[in-house]
Design a protein around this ligand. Structure first.
Ligand SMILES: Nc1ncnc2c1ncn2[C@@H]1O[C@H](COP(=O)(O)OP(=O)(O)OP(=O)(O)O)[C@@H](O)[C@H]1O
Length: 244
């Protein structure tokens, strides 16, 4: 469970996040949807303790990120916007390295790596150095790395960015699997179809603020639009940045 209360972050005169409040529950997929520059990445960075909020609170499984950052990090698996792999290591070595940083014993590391390589269909790339990996291969490796400590909560920044149709479908299936395991899954996207196809709840963010929240049906009802795309355009007040 991830709870965000009245989060603020400014960069000089730019109010990137301007009072964001929402909750992402266990066993659900929550989508943070907004146009380019809405404040999604900044919100997620504060959630996973990379950035300190100017104001507001983040709680993960009831634990305050400001006072117990280490405990919060243990409970989070994060796919950051920059996938950042070690290029001389193989995909498997990248994942194993992070597992060792988490202090996991070697037997468990082997079992978890085997399971993740299987679940993410990485058998053909696991033993290859990651230099030259395609976008999809990089994302898979970064996700395996994010999940190797078996976190209850999973945060993904634009997980399907740059993926082709097949890789996107595989990613959706994988996120549903995480939900089925009872995890709290939170991901950001600027693609409404992506969010609509997958999310139990949608948090719409624009100009650093939450402008709507609910299921896809609730958002349609709130706006009086039968078409989800029209509902989003109405909520956001512009089509800018809402590329498909
Ligand atoms: N480190 C930074 N320094 C200065 N401005 C920043 C910084 N990070 C974000 N911003 C600004 O804050 C605003 C929100 O950016 P953010 O990256 O959070 O948006 P986003 O919703 O993730 O957008 P996108 O979909 O384009 O990735 C933008 O105006 C951006 O230029």
């Amino acid at each position: 469970m991830i709870e965000v209360t009245d989060l603020h972050k400014a960069f000089g005169s730019v109010k990137a996040v301007d009072g964001v409040t929402f909750a992402a529950r266990d066993g659900e997929i929550t989508g943070l949807l907004g146009p380019n520059g809405a404040g999604k990445t900044t919100t997620l960075r504060m959630l996973y303790t990379l950035m300190t909020p100017d104001r507001g609170a983040v709680r993960v499984d009831g634990i305050d990120a400001a006072t117990h950052a280490h405990e919060v990090r243990r409970r989070l698996g994060v796919l950051p916007d920059s996938r950042g792999l070690y290029k001389r290591l193989t995909a498997r070595e990248n994942v194993e390295y992070f597992a060792r940083l988490h202090g996991i014993d070697e037997g468990t590391i082997k079992a978890r790596c085997d399971a993740l390589i299987d679940a993410l269909d990485m058998g053909d790339i696991a033993q290859r150095a990651t230099e030259g990996f395609s976008q999809g291969q990089r994302v898979k490796t970064a996700i395996a790395r994010a999940l190797v400590h078996d976190p209850r909560n999973v945060i993904l920044d634009e997980p399907t960015n740059g993926l082709d149709v097949m890789a996107t479908r595989a990613m959706r299936k994988f996120l549903l699997r995480l939900r089925g395991e009872g995890r709290c899954v939170l991901f950001s996207s600027h693609i409404m179809q992506e969010v609509a196809a997958l999310c139990d709840r949608i948090v719409v963010i624009a100009k650093g603020r939450v402008v709507a929240e609910g299921t896809a049906d609730e958002l349609r009802a709130q706006t009086g639009e039968s078409n989800l795309e029209d509902a989003f355009v109405r909520i956001i007040g512009s089509e800018e940045g809402l590329a498909a």
